[in-house]
Write a protein that binds this ligand. Structure first.
Ligand code: 6SG
Length: 219
């Protein structure tokens, strides 16, 4: 009995995500866990339940996602990505690579925040100018990707920053399907990441496809 329970626990993996039924701040976390061969438990929270406030009161910053690794409870999506990076050797081979990965992750976060502001606050009035200005942000990632030549931002295997960039680029391709046409290294990065067998299977799953990108239905 103990043995089979352990087996079940092992199969589930030690991870649990508690989040709204969107990709949002968990998109990259889920893709990373899938690519690292992890299984995880999903607790989907609907907004009416969230509004009751009980769960919110237990969240460190009053927000989701909440992530559990056994007894460790984490909030903040980028802290979750970093934790997975440490657990699965996706945080560089040394301190210098880790620092560069942090830098690129913060660059992705800046883009994510601009994207979120446009989606949630100014979709109708700001979408066109956002798309117009996009090359000025994407070219920075293109330059790093082209310079490194391995197909990843830093080092020669995917780090948590690559999963985060990949996911934000997928969202941007939905916003504007031609946005990578002038960025060959980013285009090839997205193609290669999408073709990694575990990512490919995850992106093809109902669990992924049923979730909207954003909480307000805009994309
Ligand atoms: C919203 O912003 O999904 N968490 C969000 N909102 C609820 O009461 N820096 C951290 C991080 O990286 C940001 C956390 C993030 O982890 S994510 C949160 O907890 C709160 O503040 C975006 C998202 N939105 C969808 C959504 C469903 C219910 C609340 C948010 C309906 C749709 C939008 C508002 C109401 Fe909605």
């Amino acid at each position: 009995m103990v043995k089979s329970l352990r087996h079940l626990h092992h199969k589930m993996g030690p991870y649990t995500i508690t989040y709204f039924g969107v990709r949002g701040r968990c998109g990259a976390v889920r893709i990373m866990m899938a690519d690292q061969g992890q299984e995880w438990k999903e607790i989907l929270v609907d907004f009416a339940d969230w509004m009751k406030g009980d769960l919110k009161a237990t969240c460190v910053f009053g927000q989701l996602p909440k992530f559990e690794d056994g007894g460790l409870v984490l909030h903040q999506s980028n802290a979750i990505l970093r934790h997975l990076g440490r657990n699965h050797d996706a945080y560089g081979k040394d301190g210098k690579e880790a620092a560069l990965i942090d830098m690129m992750s913060d660059g992705v976060e800046d883009l994510r925040l601009k994207y979120g502001k446009m989606i949630y606050q100014e979709y109708d009035t700001g979408k066109d100018s956002y798309i117009k200005g996009l090359p000025n942000h994407l070219d920075k990632f293109e330059a790093v990707m082209a310079k490194n030549k391995t197909g990843f931002l830093v080092g020669d295997k995917p780090s948590f920053a690559d999963y985060s960039l990949f996911e934000v680029l997928l969202n941007h391709l939905v916003l504007c399907s031609s946005c990578l046409d002038t960025f060959p290294s980013l285009k090839s990065f997205v193609e290669k990441m999408s073709a990694r067998p575990k990512i490919n299977a995850f992106l093809d799953s109902d669990a992924y496809k049923k979730l909207p990108i954003n909480g307000n239905g805009k994309q």
